[in-house]
Write a protein that binds this ligand. Structure first.
Ligand code: OAA
Length: 169
C-alpha cells in the first residue's frame, strides 16, 4: 500500500484530541529495517521471550499490515532476527514493531520491511509455542488493538483507531 504521511503532520492535525483515538508511542523505538516509513492496519502478538507466534505471523500473508509485538519490554532475548524479517518482507508485511529486542542487524537492514524495536540483543528466544495473538496489548504503556492503524517514520510512531493519512497531493 502506498504511504503518504508524516507523523509530524498527523500530530499537528490531531494534537488537541484527548479521547484516546489518536495515540503516540514514547520515543523508545529504533528503526532497524530497510524501510523507515511504513503504515497499515495492526495485527498483534503478545508473548514473552518466546517468538513462536511472531514466526507464525510473519510466515503468513501480511497484506500490508503491521505486526505489533508486545514482548513485555524484555531486553534479554531477541523476538525477531534476519530470518523472520526476510519472511515478513517476502510475505507482504508493512512493518513489525517489537516492544522488546531484535538481532541480526545487517540482515534486518537489508529486509524491505519496517522493523522497530527497543534495542539489539544477540540472544534468541526459546520456541515453546506460548503467547497470544489478536489481543489488545500495551506497548510501552500505550494501548494498541487489532485493527488500529499504525504510522511510523523517522520522527516516531502514531497509532489511531482508523486510517487517518491524507491523500496524496
Ligand atoms: O528465529 C529466531 O528466533 C529469530 C531469528 O534469529 C531470526 O529470525 O533469524
Amino acid at each position: 500500500m502506498p504511504v503518504n504521511f508524516q507523523t509530524c503532520d498527523l500530530c499537528d492535525a490531531h494534537k488537541s484530541e484527548d479521547g484516546g483515538a489518536f495515540r503516540v508511542l514514547p520515543p523508545v523505538f529504533h528503526h532497524y529495517g530497510g524501510l523507515r516509513q511504513f503504515a497499515g492496519p495492526v495485527v498483534t502478538v503478545k508473548c514473552f521471550e518466546d517468538n513462536s507466534l511472531v514466526k507464525q505471523a510473519v510466515d503468513s500473508a501480511g497484506n500490508g499490515r503491521v505486526l505489533v509485538v508486545d514482548g513485555g519490554g524484555s531486553l534479554r532475548k531477541a523476538l525477531v532476527g534476519g530470518n523472520l524479517a526476510a519472511a515478513a518482507a517476502r510475505n507482504g508485511w508493512a512493518g513489525v514493531v517489537v516492544d522488546g529486542c531484535v538481532r541480526d542487524v545487517a540482515e534486518l537492514r537489508s529486509a524491505e520491511v519496517g522493523i522497530m524495536a527497543l534495542g539489539l540483543m544477540p540472544m534468541p528466544t526459546e520456541k515453546r509455542g506460548e503467547g497470544q495473538k489478536d489481543v489488545a496489548v500495551m506497548v510501552a504503556g500505550v494501548p494498541v488493538r487489532p485493527g488500529d492503524w499504525l504510522y511510523a517514520d523517522e520522527d516516531g510512531v502514531v497509532v489511531t483507531q482508523g486510517p487517518v493519512h491524507m491523500a496524496a497531493s
